[in-house]
Design a protein around this ligand. Sequence first.
Ligand code: PEP
Length: 254
Amino acid sequence: MRKPFIVANWKMHKTVQESVDFVKAIKDHLPDPDKVEVGIAGQAFALYSMHEAAAKSGLRIIAQNAAPQLSGPFTGEISMRGLSQAGVSHVMLGHIERRRLFNETNEAVHQKVETAIMTGLTPIICTDETMVQREMNGEIHYVLKQLQSVLHGVSLDQIRDIIISYEPSWAVGVGQRANTALAEEGCRQIRRMIADIYTYEIADKIRILYGGSVNPKNIQEIMSKPDIDGVLIGRASLDVDNFLAMVNYQQQTK
Ligand code: PEP
């Protein structure tokens, strides 16, 4: 049984104080961590304070990005070793905005995945595609190619804990309605590819998240899909009430 994972991606929003206030406001209203895992990817400068504010709540503190190098003369970069010591458990790698706005390549994401594994952070590997890419091929070849390059050299043991997210560009940050059928289909194809590269057993265990216009109204339907094990939420995660409604989606009346 794959445990649902609900992740907020705050992008470049919220100060340290706002981040800490948010964590304090939600920490006593989170679902049972044995049943649903919840995490927030805040801005790097706020993560340690968020970790302290979250004490014992089970809330996962997540970085939105980090450098592929372990340490050294890389002015302005963020080290994974430092993040890990600051209470961060996961790191998002290759988010669509990193790829499109900062030219992050599959090779760069691949190196970051290796560093995350080395430093004990769990990578959340993000994949994306445009509608044109999807329509040209019918299947999600573009996403599969991204994953093949990024996972190159990742062993059977290492892949077990990795999390993958599928975020089609037409649904991310644009306020469009999430297409639940396409979301499920994308996650299903990624799972099939994991089975092809690794094993059925691994594919059955690995968690695949969907991201793109998730909100309190559609989360229950999205989470009811068999191959969607969690969600990555941008805009709708910035508000305390919305966020609590989404992490407690299992309590919503149908
Ligand atoms: C995201 O950027 O990861 C995302 C899913 O954004 P939104 O929920 O705003 O579409």
